[in-house]
Ligand binder design. Structure first.
Ligand SMILES: [Zn+2]
Length: 92
């Protein structure tokens, strides 16, 4: 999927359409002691009754999140692109 690097869209701070710079939101560094991470580690213990090499769930794409920066107020807000994609969004 392609998306323009600059786009004119609604800014919730200016409450009107403004030019925005677009970039992809990257995941921050994972905290090893976060509750979700600890729960995941626990789930990886043992074999969980699964047969090795057999996959029960097909890999689904991820919803990409865009960071939009308003050119007038310089504030940022995010937008999730509704469709799931296997590849990252191409900014052109
Ligand atoms: Zn704005």
């Amino acid at each position: 999927m392609k998306f323009p690097k600059e786009t004119r869209t609604y800014c919730p701070y200016c409450k009107s359409h403004q030019a925005h710079k677009v970039r992809l939101v990257s995941k921050g560094r994972a905290r090893t002691l976060a509750a979700g991470n600890r729960a995941h580690e626990r789930s990886l213990l043992g074999h969980g009754g699964k047969v090795a090499g057999e996959k029960t769930v097909k890999k689904q794409g991820k919803r990409q999140v865009l960071m939009l920066e308003c050119s007038t107020c310089k504030k940022k807000h995010q937008r999730t692109v509704g469709t799931r994609t296997k590849k990252k969004i191409e900014l052109k």
